[in-house]
Write a protein that binds this ligand. Structure first.
Ligand code: NAD
Length: 310
């Protein structure tokens, strides 16, 4: 599999390292408008791969190096500065996506390629990329709330004492401030979370849920405050997505795509089946009335921001 990464900043470099670590890529191409950075990153990662897998790491001096890529990952653009929201980046990063996407398309097979969006504000950038690339909605995939769901599962794992792998709990909607925790469908293995709490006498009051919601929503802000940016979590999330695509695993991931149904007007994260053809199915989990309302509101926020840049 040939994978191209556009934007080799903190996130792009972490993504490259994590994707190389899957051993599933034959070649990884690194492109950044700062070509010296792309060249240096390719050299460093190339040296690193000699300790794990034989992968060709190519610095790209132009978009023609992307020719024949199976997957293109876009991690270019401005990141949040302390106190900034993801939506604050919308104008700047729409310009970046408008610069990049038309330059990718001549070098990839539009019927086969998967484009993975990492750039924020994630859902709006998925919508813009889908419009510019004109490829099938299921193949323009935003990492969406994969990372938010991982943050939620980490907290619930600590609380329950059960591995994150047995926690089925998802964050839906915007990858941003209006994201929605789907408490109604959360479970530990096959046991509903509320039932688990009853059986184990674990306290899961409304106040505790609100606190968890807050911690999940603000995790990125805290990391940015402490280390300037976030990169390890998203690197691992993209590598997991690549694994799911390359091996056609058809796992359920909360990724963001432009909903293909004619009435849908936004991209947002829902539990979706992901494999070699990208997203092939979207599941509608059970939601409480307040979760449904919050999800509709999240969709409205994404749409309003998309309308600002379309
Ligand atoms: P960074 O500033 O470290 O790197 C950005 C890179 O993009 C730079 O190397 C820059 O030269 C390059 N770039 C900018 N415009 C370009 C263009 N037109 N063509 C090619 N390259 C271009 O930023 P970062 O910390 O790596 O963050 C990158 C993006 O990832 C941000 O939008 C950030 O918000 C987002 N992000 C998303 C998630 C997620 O969960 N989806 C998590 C963390 C960060």
């Amino acid at each position: 599999m040939k994978i191209a990464i556009i934007g080799i900043g903190s996130v792009g470099a972490a993504v490259a390292t994590a994707v190389a670590g899957t051993g599933l890529a034959r070649e990884i191409v690194l492109y950044d408008r700062d070509t010296a950075r792309a060249r240096a990153s390719a050299a460093d990662l190339g040296h690193a791969t000699t300790f794990c897998y034989d992968i060709k790491i190519t610095p790209a001096m132009g978009y023609s190096a992307l020719r024949g890529s199976d997957v293109v990952i876009i991690a270019a653009g401005a990141n949040q500065k302390p106190g900034e929201t993801r939506m604050d980046l919308v104008q700047k990063n729409a310009t970046v996506i408008r610069d990049i996407v038309p330059r990718i398309m001549p070098y990839v097979d539009a019927r086969r390629v998967k484009i993975i969006i990492v750039t924020n504000p994630l859902d709006v950038m998925v919508m813009l990329t889908q419009k510019l690339s004109r490829i099938a909605p299921g193949r323009v995939i935003g990492t969406g709330t994969m990372l938010d769901s991982a943050r939620l599962r980490t907290i619930l794992s600590r609380m329950t004492g059960v591995s994150t792998h047995s926690i089925n709990a998802y964050v839906l909607g915007e990858h941003g401030d209006s994201s929605v925790i789907n408490w109604t469908s959360a479970s530990v293995g096959a046991v509903g979370l509320d039932d688990f709490a009853r059986q184990t006498k674990m306290s899961l009051t409304t106040a505790i849920r609100r606190d968890i919601d807050d911690r999940v929503r603000h995790a990125a802000y805290e990391i940015i405050q402490g280390r300037g940016a976030t990169w390890d979590g998203i690197g691992a999330a993209v590598a997991d997505l690549i694994r799911c695509i390359a091996r056609d695993e058809r796992r359920l991931l909360t990724v963001s795509i432009m909903d293909p149904s004619p009435s849908a007007r936004v991209a947002m994260s829902m539990p979706r089946v992901v494999g070699i053809d990208g997203v092939t199915a979207t599941l509608r989990p059970k939601l409480s009335a307040s979760e449904s309302a919050a999800l509709r509101q999240s969709g409205r926020i994404i749409r309003t921001n998309y309308d600002l840049i379309k």
